[in-house]
Design a protein around this ligand. Structure first.
Ligand code: 5GP
Length: 125
């Protein structure tokens, strides 16, 4: 069920619980601003999720309310994770589903890193 990207933060959403260590994940990377882990239901040979440590519902929330430090730290973490996974060459796709029409299911901002094959057209029709 897609979420409303402008709603308040749900402290019990699945990624909040992952951040609190209540649900195990295959962690790829962690620093003060971000946590990266493998998606439980991969849509590509490489499918990593990167989430900010702060409580942001969506890209809309983060870009509006995140501090400059949080935003730069998160963006650098996404690039670092992709680079360390060896994806800068041959390349990868970043995706941040936002809100209902974006198909966002989990109400804590996450960026998908998708890679491992030619990913083809951007949108299904
Ligand atoms: P969205 O549709 O919100 O952009 O993507 C949510 C993603 O979170 C999906 O790709 C889904 O497979 C992944 N996901 C949902 N629950 C869990 C979980 O408990 N652990 C992990 N590792 N990924 C999850």
């Amino acid at each position: 069920m897609p979420i409303d990207a402008t709603s308040g933060y749900d402290h019990n959403n699945i990624f909040a619980r992952i951040l609190r260590g209540e649900i195990p994940t295959k962690t790829v990377y962690e620093d003060e601003h971000a946590l990266a882990f493998h998606d439980i239901n991969p849509a590509a040979p490489v499918h990593i999720l990167v989430i900010p440590k702060g409580r942001y519902v969506s890209w809309d929330d983060f870009s509006r309310n995140g501090s400059d430090q949080e935003i730069s730290g998160f963006v650098r973490a996404v690039g670092h994770v992709a680079r360390e996974a060896g994806l800068a060459q041959p390349g990868y796709r970043l995706l941040a589903n936002t809100g209902h029409d974006g198909g966002q299911e989990v109400p804590h901002l996450h960026v998908h890193i998708l890679a491992g094959r030619r990913l083809g057209a951007m949108l299904s029709r």
